[in-house]
Design a binder for this molecule. Structure first.
Ligand SMILES: [Zn+2]
Length: 705
């Protein structure tokens, strides 16, 4: 059966058009935002998996579809944690945000997150944009004013935010609870709940002072939220997002202060608001708008249509801790301001855990992006792949280094890399690097061709519905199909007997490779680019995907290189050991000593005869895990002591070691050996044991008192 180019392209065009955006509004352009990372620490894989990799994938897909899209990112640089960190380190808040903004921006760029702009909220344009927005809402009476009493540090002449006040927790009596939360028992607190409150700045007791603030009356927008989200987005929003929004609305919304007494942030643009700034939750999301303005200024285009034209589709990529801000509070701000559109979708992700534990910046339990980029040079796509394969779309998910290795070795290397490499090597070997002309297609070929045509549409459907894992699996199905097709047809076995058949098989395999450069590009941009270069073609658009005539017969391909390389056990074990070391350090940091024992009189202590000694012989006690039989020179005699240290020390490392030994402990039989005394050991919180011993030049038998 012979098939013309025309037949395929027609069929392809027909099947590709009808699939996505079915029954959905067609938008003219897309404004895609991704949560602004807080500029007081570096980025870790949790940030990537829950926000930036999915957002980047989606945006790259839209661009490949020739959609008009702007992808916005930036650093969130205001808020109290930054001022506290600066105060602790004796630097300015600006120093802190400058340092982390640069680090974060660089990591994103190296990792290939393709923002159109990566801005920051300490920029002048952001201060202007958020001031203007506040002022317009203020002038139109959108806020309510309230006086509250708040703690004030008289010696520093400043109001204290919750994190600047510590005191005793009324629930668990922990003495270092913060004004907003007790970190010991986890209870949420008000600063006035604390017993014996103290200012972090001066250590003195703060006084309560009256202060005026402006509140956004969220409760007044309840009916609008119900209509817009609970009715309007019942079907298209993710169930985890919809469910959280519904529960916030059901609990009843309260007015929320948009200003606070602090000297770091966007100044409240009112003469009576000296010493007050906008709350960070108010100014941070406006950062998306400021960044769009900045980008538009740089490009010399107008910005307003990206935020105010109903033909623009606004999409926020965020983690689940941000749902209330992006689905309730920010939309209420936009609605109250009056001239903005609201998000059409907010595909929030759940959290990614690391080796079964919650990722924690303060405990250093994380895989840091800037370290990954150094330790796994050129392997950006491997991490993108693993994070997408485990994307916490609807529930929390886990990243493990073993899974990272398995997905690299048995999926990227064994399927995608192997297929591409075999195809290109065989083309060089049999056809001098020229794409062969296909002749007759058999049933197997036609089945493969039908799949090549169908897969791009299935990927589109999944991406349009924010099902990224499913989309990734479909993309890999194309590589899997190619790998199986090549293996089943065994061109290396039939080249001599049936060279025409080999031409067809390799033509189809090469067309699959060419299709992969298109459909893999949003997922694995570095790999797709490398593959395009090997095939000697440019980057093609999504509408070409599914076409099996992308490479013309006679087209010359370049030399093949490996797309992925195997990751060895030792590399993975080093990463696991790095985490274990962190874990041990965390345990030591958290160590709480046992309470003091009952007092003893000196007479009682003096009864214990403790001497310095030297280990002469050591031997593990057979059939036990812990016991070591030691012969010790006590200066008085040579004696046998059985000690529970065999899990921590090798016998050969013990000989010659100085020890302290309780020599008048009553003898005791352990596993048939009589032990005459006890070696003194210190035990670390992680369970490791260390000798308590005199310096090496001390003679045996000296008394310890
Ligand atoms: Zn507590």
């Amino acid at each position: 059966m012979w098939l013309s180019d025309n037949w395929f392209s027609c069929k392809f065009a027909g099947s590709n058009q009808k699939g996505f955006m079915q029954n959905k509004k067609q938008f003219k352009r897309y404004t895609v935002t991704s949560a602004l990372p807080y500029a007081n620490g570096p980025l870790h894989i949790g940030h990537l998996a829950g926000v930036y990799v999915p957002a980047d994938l989606y945006v790259r897909y839209l661009r490949s579809n020739e959609k008009d899209v702007v992808f916005i990112g930036g650093s969130d640089e205001h808020g109290v944690p930054i001022t506290i960190k600066a105060w602790q380190q004796g630097v300015t808040p600006q120093d802190i945000v400058d340092k982390y903004h640069e680090l974060i921006k660089k990591s994103f760029a190296e990792f290939g997150i393709s923002f159109d702009i990566y801005s920051r909220t300490s920029n002048k344009i952001h201060h202007e944009t958020s001031s203007e927005m506040f002022k317009k809402m203020y002038d139109e009476g959108k806020f309510i004013e309230k006086y509250t009493e708040q703690y004030y540090d008289e010696s520093h002449q400043t109001f204290l935010s919750d994190r600047y006040i510590i005191g005793t927790c009324p629930i668990c009596s922990y003495e270092k609870a913060y004004g907003d939360q007790c970190e010991n028992c986890g209870t949420s607190l008000n600063a006035t709940d604390l017993i014996n409150p103290r200012s972090v700045l001066s250590g003195k007791e703060p006084v309560l002072r009256k202060t005026k603030h402006w509140y956004l009356p969220l409760d007044q927008y309840t009916d609008w939220l119900k209509e817009w989200i609970l009715e309007g987005h019942k079907v298209d929003w993710k169930t985890n997002v919809y469910g959280q929004v519904k529960s916030w609305i059901d609990q009843g919304l309260q007015p929320r202060a948009v200003t606070r007494d602090l000297n770091w942030g966007v100044k409240v643009p009112l003469s009576e608001a000296e010493g007050k700034v906008l709350y960070v939750w108010f100014d941070a999301p406006i950062g998306y708008i400021s960044a769009t303005r900045e980008w538009a200024e740089q490009k010399g285009v107008e910005w307003e249509k990206w935020w105010k034209d109903p033909e623009t589709r606004l999409i926020h990529f965020i983690g689940k801790d941000n749902i209330v801000f992006h689905c309730i509070i920010f939309p209420i701000m936009l609605k109250a301001e009056g001239s903005y559109i609201v998000p059409d979708n907010v595909p929030a992700f759940e959290f990614l855990n690391l080796e079964g534990q919650k990722i924690s910046t303060s405990n250093n339990w994380a895989v840091w992006l800037h370290e990954y980029l150094v330790e796994f040079k050129g392997k950006q796509d491997v991490l993108r792949y693993v994070l997408l394969a485990n994307a916490p779309e609807t529930k929390d998910n886990d990243f493990t280094w073993k899974d990272f290795q398995t997905r690299n070795n048995s999926e990227l290397v064994a399927i995608l890399g192997n297929f591409v490499n075999r195809t290109l090597v065989l083309t060089h070997k049999y056809f001098d690097a020229l794409v062969p002309q296909a002749s007759q297609f058999n049933e197997d070929d036609l089945k493969a061709i039908a799949e090549i045509e169908a897969i791009p549409e299935r990927i589109s459907m999944s991406l349009e519905n924010f099902r990224f894992r499913e989309a990734l699996a479909e993309m890999m199905n194309l590589a899997r199909l190619g790998n199986k097709y090549l293996t089943d047809n065994e061109p290396w076995k039939i080249f001599k007997s049936d060279p025409d058949r080999v031409k067809s098989v390799l033509n189809i395999s090469l067309q699959i490779c060419a299709n992969l450069t298109i459909v893999a590009a949003p997922f694995l941009p570095f790999t797709a680019k490398k593959l395009s270069e090997m095939l000697n073609i440019g980057q093609m658009k999504w509408k070409e995907a599914g076409n099996i005539h992308l490479l013309k017969p006679g087209h010359r391909i370049n030399n093949p290189e490996l797309l992925f390389e195997k990751i060895e056990d030792e590399t993975i074990n080093a990463q696991i050991e790095k985490l274990n070391a962190t874990s041990r350090a965390n345990q030591n940091d958290k160590f709480v000593p046992n309470p003091l024992k009952e007092p003893v009189q000196y007479d009682e202590f003096a009864k214990m005869d403790i001497r310095t000694g030297t280990i002469l012989e050591a031997e593990k006690v057979a059939k036990t895990k812990k016991l070591m039989k030691l012969t010790i020179d006590t200066g008085i005699d040579k004696r046998t002591v059985v000690s529970g240290i065999a899990e921590h020390y090798d016998a050969k490392d013990l000989i010659g070691r100085k020890v302290c030994i309780l020599v008048n402990l009553a003898p005791k039989e352990l596993r048939g050996i009589t032990s005459h005394g006890m070696i003194l050991m210190a035990e670390n919180p992680d369970g490791s044991l260390g000798f308590v011993a005199p310096p090496d030049n001390y003679v045996d038998g000296t008394e310890i008192k």
